[in-house]
Design a protein around this ligand. Structure first.
Ligand code: HH2
Length: 265
């Protein structure tokens, strides 16, 4: 079986890569359906940007952005809601979302009560300040221990489907991100399915630029996005969160094929 692909649908004016493009519900629905047609297994609907420096959005506004889009998409594809607010998670689940994608790693009680899945993501600090001075003793060990603890709490609390996500770019330097990618097999070995999101993130622009050149802009990070998504899938991620669904589905299919290669051949 191939790894899963989660398509990003930001219903926001300020997301770092697609901000403003899908704020109109009709445009959001059309893009969500297009990602489903391109093979997305999940469409992740978010109404609050979590890019570095982002300002929080109030609850009423986030509900207004997210709920109609979740409702319209839910009959067509599995929908997750990308939120840190309990009320938004509850409303999105009531509207048909079956996965709570939680960058605060705190909303498992919503998932337990509703009988839906939950993603616990690691973040150091909060989006407003997280990239000012990220620091760890051992990033791989600390992120792994945090996620194991959160996953245990959720499992004991009755959540049947628990995902863990190292939170690439969330309070992490480029070196931290690369270390987490390199050591994904250890995270996968903890026993919960792993979700990874590298798509178009700024470390790709810094690491992927030619020596001495300026960092690559968002639109020039597609190759790095696909390379790191493929790396993550080969290293044990069960799903990757991406903006460019079609190319990633193709890569996921190839990764799935290599897993079967030699079996009965
Ligand atoms: N990254 C972003 C948002 N949500 N959720 C999970 N589980 N993992 C991630 O890596 C992750 C996430 C940031 O990317 P994006 O949604 O494209 O941008 P913004 O936060 O500016 O809306």
């Amino acid at each position: 079986m191939r790894p899963g692909v989660m398509g990003v649908l930001n219903v926001t004016p300020d997301s770092f890569s697609d901000g403003g493009r899908y704020l109109d519900p009709e445009a959001a629905l059309a893009h969500g359906l297009a990602m489903a047609r391109a093979g997305a297994d999940v469409v992740d609907v978010g109404g609050e940007s979590s890019r570095p420096g982002a300002e929080p959005v109030d609850e009423a506004e986030e509900l207004r952005r997210v709920v109609p889009v979740v409702e319209a998409l839910a009959g067509h594809v599995r929908v997750s809601v990308d939120t840190t607010k309990r009320a938004v998670a509850e409303a999105a689940v009531a509207a048909g979302a079956t996965l709570v994608n939680d960058i605060s790693a705190s909303l498992w009680p919503v998932a337990a009560e509703a009988g839906v899945g939950w993603v616990a993501m690691h973040m150091q600090g909060s989006p407003r300040t997280m990239q000012e001075a990220p620091a760890y003793g051992d990033v791989v060990a600390e992120v792994g221990a945090f996620l194991a603890d959160r996953a245990r709490a959720a499992t004991e609390g009755g959540v049947a489907e628990v995902w863990v996500d190292p939170g690439i770019g969330f309070g992490k330097t480029a070196a931290h991100n690369l270390a987490l990618l390199r050591h994904l097999p250890a995270l996968a070995a903890q026993g919960h399915p792993v979700l990874v999101g590298t798509s178009r993130k700024s470390f790709l622009g810094r690491v992927g630029a030619p020596a001495g050149a300026d960092p690559l802009g968002v639109e020039d990070r597609r190759a790095g996005s696909l390379a790191t998504a493929t790396w993550a899938m080969l290293a044990g991620a069960s799903m990757v969160r991406v903006h460019d669904v079609a190319s990633t589905v193709e890569a996921a299919t190839l990764v799935g094929g290599t897993r079967l290669a030699g079996v009965g051949a």
